[in-house]
Design a protein around this ligand. Structure first.
Ligand code: U2F
Length: 447
């Protein structure tokens, strides 16, 4: 029987901050390409759609949703923007979806959302459709949100009987050695803010999803993958997205890749703190001093004010040694053989890109899942080293650079990360786990 044109309608609800909407759009691009007769309506804010260059394309239609602010208001801080947006949802999404359904006359048959959106469970019931949340970070971090109630209960009873004020959460399979101080804020402390409430609600509703998709591959942590499988109706590891979905092209205006060619194998330090973070001024200063003194060539993705925030004369003195760019073609840089280490805030996308590139990491986490990611990089996978005492000083940064670039420990780290790279490449072979999971995902979304 011929299926009538656009009888299927997939609505996609993106989280419009950090690196969330881009990977979600990439996943949708891949699904949509295989089913041109299914309509995909992608909803995010105007600012987010502009950043991901989301344009109407074939069967993908892009819509702006209200960001929660009056017209023309510019938020002073990312947290202000996030708070207001959370306050505006799900109403803003619901209004936009209702308009599109009325306009097209095609009901929603599948709802794909950022996993943050706990209300997806209820909305899917109302639409009588499937709910497919995408968790854009690692398996260990979603587990702590699922187990938040248990963690809170155990930790409060522990700390009242115990002298220890940083208890471990080793009662959770796969997370031995993880302490409360490694957890995202909002799990145990500071639990009332909008982000914390959203993540807590997410943890209690993901089990209702038709399937939970994750930007990961099974061998990242098979034990936790099994635990998650027992919590969800279905878990599909469909990453790493850099290998499984079309990537947003970052222009190389400053010719970083050409510059890398002039350097020896594994000799260059790459520095980036993702899309939200700029380290505090004294740490930027210390990092710059360490880079200059270590003499390793470097590329630094630096979005701040170079002249004001870096040491006096630094730009002039290091113009041969280093390259500073506002936004780098990071994914390609991390695949280049000249790169020896990545200094990172431990965002999940950067970690996956380092795994695929076979690059060890120096970790300076800031918020959310980043401390937990740092813990896993150091203690579970042995492919990263944390900055001593958690903040850059010239001395501790020099020690971390020395360790990763020139010591036996660094060599072992590189060996281990190359092992993970192999696993990622295996997962995307035609019969590999991520490829199989992607096929299942496409079938569920489009059937
Ligand atoms: C949030 O992460 P971020 O956006 O801060 O950081 P990443 O997950 O590491 O993603 C950064 C992406 O931006 C790219 C880089 C990554 O794909 O290749 N990029 C670039 O192309 N050029 C640059 O100069 C710098 C970066 C959050 F903060 C994290 O804690 C979460 O783990 C993450 C995923 O949920 O989202």
């Amino acid at each position: 029987i011929a299926i009538p044109f656009e009888s299927k309608h997939v609505a996609i609800l993106a989280f419009p901050f950090g690196t969330h909407a881009g990977p979600l759009l990439g996943m949708v691009l891949r699904i949509a390409a295989e089913y041109p007769d299914v309509r995909f309506s992608f909803f995010s804010t105007r600012a987010s759609n502009a950043k991901t260059s989301a344009l109407n394309k074939g069967n993908i239609h892009i819509y702006n949703v209200h960001d929660g602010f009056p017209e023309g208001h510019v938020p002073r801080h990312p947290m202000e923007a996030i708070g207001k947006f959370i306050y505006a949802m799900p109403g803003n999404f619901r209004n936009a979806i209702d308009e599109v359904v009325a306009e097209t006359g095609v009901n929603i048959t599948c709802l794909i959302t950022d996993a943050f959106y706990w209300f997806g469970a209820e909305m899917a019931k109302e639409f009588d459709c499937k709910w497919v949340p995408l968790w854009t970070a690692g398996p260990h971090s979603v587990l702590v949100h699922i187990e938040t109630d248990l963690i809170r209960e155990r930790v409060s009873s522990k700390s009242s009987n115990d002298v220890c004020d940083d208890p471990s959460i080793d009662f959770l399979t796969g997370l031995s050695g993880v302490k409360v101080s490694d957890l995202p804020e909002g799990v145990v402390r500071d639990i009332e803010n909008p982000m914390a409430t959203m993540l807590h609600r997410m943890g209690t509703t993901l089990s209702q999803a038709t399937v939970v998709a994750m930007n990961s591959f099974t061998d990242v942590h098979p034990v936790i993958a099994d635990v998650l499988k027992s919590k969800f109706k279905m878990l599909l590891n469909v990453g790493p997205f850099t290998l499984t979905t079309p990537q947003h092209h970052v222009p190389d205006e400053e010719h970083c890749l050409e510059w890398l060619k002039q350097h020896k194998k594994e000799s260059v330090v790459y520095v980036s703190f993702g899309s939200i973070i700029t380290p505090p001024p004294h740490e930027l200063f210390a990092l710059a001093e360490a880079l200059e003194e270590c003499k390793f060539p470097f590329i630094w993705a630096f979005s701040g004010n170079r002249e004001k925030q870096l040491p006096k004369g630094f730009l002039e003195r290091t113009k041969k040694q280093g390259k500073i760019v506002a936004w780098a073609p990071q994914n390609e840089i991390l695949q280049h053989p000249s790169v020896g280490v990545c200094v990172t805030h431990c965002g999940w996308n950067s970690i996956l890109e380092c795994m695929v590139g076979g690059i060890p990491m120096i970790c300076r986490p800031f918020f959310g899942d980043q401390k937990l990611n740092n813990k896993m990089l150091e203690h579970e996978w042995g492919i990263g080293v944390g900055i001593e005492n958690g903040a850059f000083t010239k001395e501790n940064t020099l020690r971390a650079l020395e360790l990763t670039m020139s010591s036996e420990k660094g060599r072992v780290m590189r060996h281990k990360v190359l092992g993970l790279r192999e696993c990622a490449l295996k997962a995307i072979e035609p019969q590999g786990s991520s490829m199989k999971d992607f096929t299942t995902l496409i079938n569920i979304v489009t059937s």
